[in-house]
Design a protein around this ligand. Sequence first.
Ligand code: ACO
Length: 376
Amino acid sequence: MLEYSPGLAGVPAARSKISSLDGTKGILEYRGIRIETLAEKSHFIETAYLLLFGKLPTAPELTRFDQDLRNHRRIKYRIVDLIKCLPENGHPMDALQAAVAALGMFYPDKDVLDPKIQYISAVRLIAKLPTIVAAYTRLRRGDDHIQPRDDLGTTENFLYMLSGKVPDKVVSEILDICLILHAEHTMNASTFSGLVTASTLADPYTVISSAVGTLEGPLHGGANERVLTMLEEIGSVEKVRPYIEAKIKAKERIMGMGHRVYKVKDPRATILQGLSKRLFKHVGTSPLYEIAVEMEKIVEEHLSDKKVYPNVDFYSGILYQAMGIEPDSFTPIFAMARVSGWLAHAIEQVQDNHIFRPKEIYEGNRAQDYVPISNR
Ligand code: ACO
């Protein structure tokens, strides 16, 4: 008898050298380096290199990678046209998924085992995702698309493409750390989805569009946007307790809380909480922060026996909102970072590939007669 594990919980789906996490100690490492160290000392482009190529780059390697990324930020005017044709009230994750899938038609990088193809498609995807996200944000409200500037760093350029203004250094540095924190996270739903697609030897754009689609759901990356809606709905610190107690009584999920693997507070949530305090000193505080802190306290009172604590999505939305970013762009920003982890896994997968073909336990009828339509 096959043992069924709902949600494949506890079932290894790959051997990997990319990242590891200890859910009881709250330790996350990329290629063996603690997330706290990377958040303090690295920057997103260097971390993306580390994830993709398995080591920290030397100075010339980093310069080349960074330059290649800057050179590939622009998107073709037909991709801009495609984005213009999308409904303005659609979700930016759907726009991102559609535009990423379309990129594959412009860059037929089909030989997915060729390291040169792996490199150039990774560069294109990491470089172009922020441009697509910014383009949809502006075009859907009737503003012009702003071309990327290659003299600006990754997050500086992204914020510039959103608003037309070069942002404050502190703000772009904090956003860069947010990208490091979201760049990779072992075998989660979107990474698995990307791996299944990669295992068919589909091109990298198709792989990433699969992963983007999976990240969108409210139980995965889509939770960050819903956390903000929930905090706004609650509106004040005094209303947190009745809100949470009613949710728990109704057996409803509290967004931004709980994790399949972490049984303590997610280390990324701790770093993001610290970053929000740093950001508030600069841009002014957010009233939602106090509500979030109170919520963390009350959830701990009620759900610590179930080991439900804040996850990465709990504080990120408060930070992004304080940077002036619209809530439905939070998950696309997650994708802009996670694309590096997804690609690292896809490259690892095709090096020793087996197409994914799990089993199912059939529980339906057998040996049924075909009943003619007139007799049904
Ligand atoms: N709110 C209330 N109770 C919760 C929550 C929550 N957010 N998360 C887990 N629980 C409770 C469950 O009700 C369950 O209780 P029970 O044993 O009495 O039935 C118990 O904790 C265990 O929950 P599971 O569903 O078994 O945990 P699982 O590992 O399957 O779920 C998940 C993990 C999906 C992330 C869940 O915690 C959740 O839905 N969280 C809210 C959505 C969210 O924030 N998602 C983002 C996750 S991080 C990311 O993907 C980037």
